[in-house]
Structure formats: C-alpha cells, structure tokens
Design a protein around this ligand. Structure first.
Ligand code: FAD
Length: 369
C-alpha cells in the first residue's frame, strides 16, 4: 500500500477543505504547492502587523448559513462591510450605485427623483438594442453613471474600449434606491480575525505539507506516493495543453509601506477614470480596523496574461469554453484523479462557492464510508 491516501496538488481553499474533511475521516494526506506558502490566493502576508492580501482584496460573503457556520468553526469573523468608494478624476462617489451616489451626482434627494433622472438619461440616449458594452450600460443606468463610474474602469479591466466589448459582459447593474453603501447583498459578511491564514492552517493540521513543490516537475514520483490525486492546478497544464491553452486576464500588484497611519480612509477605492493606470488602491489595515502606526497600500493593475503570469480571471468566452469542455471530458475519465477549484474548473469562484464545491466533492468521495 502507498504511504498516503491522497496527494493534494494546491494548498488553496479547495485543497484545504478537502484535506480537512479527509483527515477527519482518518485519511492520510500529502499536500504540495508550487508557491512558498499555503492558502493559494487567500494568503495574507503580515507586514508591520497588517494582514496584506497578497493576491487581491478578499472579502468573505455568503447567504448560505451552512457555509458561514462551516468557516466560523475555524475562526471568528469581524464586522467588516465592503463599501467601496469611487474616485473619478478627484470626484468621490459611493458604490454600489445608490442614493448617496445619485445625490452626489445630481443633488436628488428622493428615490423618485433619482429614478426620474435615470429614466430621462436612458431615453435621451435612445438605445433600443444594445450592440456593445457601452450601449448596454447606458440602457441600464443612463449616461452620467456610465461615463463617470463604469466606462474607464471597465476599459482598464478588459484592456479594450467599451464599444469593442460585447454587451453580455454586463447583464445587470445593481442600482439601489436606498442610502445603503454595502456592496454585497449577502446575509453574512466579514474578514477572519487574524487573517485567512488562520483558517488554512487549521484545515491543514495533521497533513504533510511540501511547499515550493511543483507537481509537474516530479509527477511520477509524487503520484506513486498516494492512492488518489486531488488536482487544483490548471486543467490544460495537467493534460499537457493537448487541446491548446486556456486564456486568462492577469493582475499586477504594487505595494508600498507608508509611514502614515491612514492613507485613504477606506479599504477599497476604485479609480474609475481612464487616465489613472490602476483600477483600485487597497489599504489593507481597514479590513481589520487596524490602528498600527504605518499602513500598506496596494495598487492593482489589470494586465494581459501570458504563460507564466498568475492566471487570475478565466476568459469564459465561447472559444475558451469549447477548449475547456474537451479537457473536462478527459478529466471525467481519470478514475484516480479528482479535479477541483477555480483553475481545474476554469471558473471564477468566490470563496464561499469554492468551499461549497469542495464539500460536494467530499460528499461524493466519502459516501460509502
Ligand atoms: P487557488 O487559491 O488558486 O489555489 C490553487 C493552488 O494550487 C495555488 O496555491 C497554486 O500555487 C497551486 N498550484 C497550481 N498548480 C500547481 C502545481 N502544478 N503544483 C503545485 N501547486 C500548484 N472571493 C471572495 O469570496 N471574495 C473576494 O473578495 C474575492 N476577491 C478576489 C480577488 C481576486 C483578485 C481574485 C483573483 C479572486 C478573488 N476571490 C474572492 C476568489 C478566491 O480567490 C477564490 O475563490 C479562491 O482562492 C479559490 O481557491 P482555489 O483553491 O480554487 O484556488
């Protein structure tokens, strides 16, 4: 018999939930990650007592009570509520679009006045059948909100002009006619006290962990150690790109430690003009109501992805989805390998969704025992 029941490739949330549940059932797990740390994209680096979200701002939110209870068994969450602010050429607006935003834009005071204003702008623009993202956005929220809060941000995100982007990218735009700056509609929200690493460390207790270990550089030897593999890396890489490469958008992060205690007064500020090259600045301490003497800020730049870059957002257009489908068919025939997580599924998952997916996988895997 082999030394381990499972080899888990990737110490992100998906792999970690699997390890926790398998260990609980008496299974032996070996976890590897090509990075030098556990946690995948939820990993935080501690700088001057501040948990710095190394791979982008992560705010936990869900309406699913059982998933909320699940994560709360590992850590307590604080009361952080995501209320991003937009900076358009120095003009400050609340997000998501709500009565505070409308009041600042037009000095309207009531929901009726705001609705009337949006209707007027939609009618003036006269878009009947939106042919691109610009027309779609204007048909949903009118010209002012589009010009100041959507256009520049979206163009930076996708690296293309809004008239060249397909309308389907924006299906709905959340517009709220109350004075409520809470970005998410979910029932539960917060940041783990002590950071995300606390959760991952607890999940991986009892497993053997090898960091700086790439599955592909030592595949045969690694596979020989366990009965089954749980693979959370890129599915196209697993199959040696035989059907071609799946495409992504990537991000570049630039962090600075500043010798002041409060740089921008909010965790997240979006820069919605086209001229500013980054899309947001994150000030990490505000996720935790930190009162350290210094602060760490991170500028986030969307960039084109090429092989070797971090794959952040899958580009789920029809071309890539077709390629993914072929890999998925192959994956379904691998009896000794379980595929899961955002990279193996080629899917954007929020944290609560990836935990849900991992728990479903666990249920299937251990149904007999
Ligand atoms: P990952 O965390 O990517 O873990 C996969 C791991 O596998 C990585 O550590 C990787 O190094 C490792 N790996 C890959 N290939 C190999 C290999 N060949 N050998 C060894 N190891 C390998 N979700 C929210 O709920 N709220 C948010 O606010 C939020 N913000 C986000 C912001 C950004 C910029 C991004 C990109 C995502 C955000 N998410 C957010 C989503 C969240 O990051 C994911 O749901 C979650 O991290 C997915 O976990 P995972 O285990 O599937 O993948």
């Amino acid at each position: 018999t082999k030394k381990y029941d499972y080899l888990i490739v990737g110490a992100g949330l998906f792999g970690s939930v699997f390890v926790y549940e398998a260990t609980k059932r008496g299974k032996k797990c070996l976890v590897i990650d090509r990075r030098s740390h556990i946690g995948g994209n939820v990993y935080c680096e501690n700088i001057e007592g501040i948990n710095v979200h190394k791979y982008g701002a992560h705010i936990f939110h869900t309406s699913n009570k059982s998933i909320w209870d699940y994560v709360n068994q590992f850590v307590e969450f604080n009361r952080y509520t995501n209320s991003p602010v937009a900076n358009y050429n120095g003009e400050i607006y609340n997000l998501p679009f709500n009565m505070n935003t409308f009041n600042k834009l037009w000095e309207v005071r009531t929901p009726q006045e705001a609705k009337k204003k949006i209707e007027e702008q939609k009618n003036e623009a006269g878009v009947k059948e939106p042919k691109n993202l610009e027309e779609q956005a204007i048909s949903l929220v009118g010209t002012d909100i589009y010009a100041k809060l959507i256009k520049g941000y979206t163009e930076k995100q996708w690296g293309r002009s809004a008239t060249e982007l397909p309308a389907f990218i924006i299906k709905r735009l959340p517009v709220r006619f109350t004075y409520d700056n809470n970005y998410f509609n979910d029932k539960y929200q917060g940041i783990p006290i002590g950071g995300y690493n606390v959760i991952i460390e607890k999940m991986l207790e009892g497993a053997d962990i090898h960091l700086n270990t790439d599955f592909f550089s030592n595949r045969d030897e690694l596979e020989a150690q366990a009965d089954k593999v749980v693979f959370t890396g890129m599915i196209d890489e697993y199959f040696n790109y035989r059907f071609g490469k799946l495409e992504y958008r990537s991000l570049k992060f630039e962090s600075e430690l500043l010798d002041i205690d409060n740089y921008q007064g909010n965790a997240v500020i979006n820069y919605t003009d086209r001229g500013t090259p980054y899309t947001r600045i994150i000030e990490h301490k505000h996720f935790e109501f930190g009162n350290q003497e210094k602060t760490v800020i991170t500028k986030e730049y969307p960039v084109d992805w090429k092989q070797g870059d971090e794959p952040y957002y899958p580009i789920n257009d029809s071309k890539n989805n077709e390629v993914y489908k072929k890999y998925k068919n192959l994956a379904e025939n691998q009896e000794k390998v379980i595929f899961g997580g955002r990279l193996a599924m080629y899917k954007y998952y929020d944290m609560h969704q990836v935990i849900g997916a991992a728990l479903t996988t666990v249920e299937n895997e251990f149904k007999q025992n």
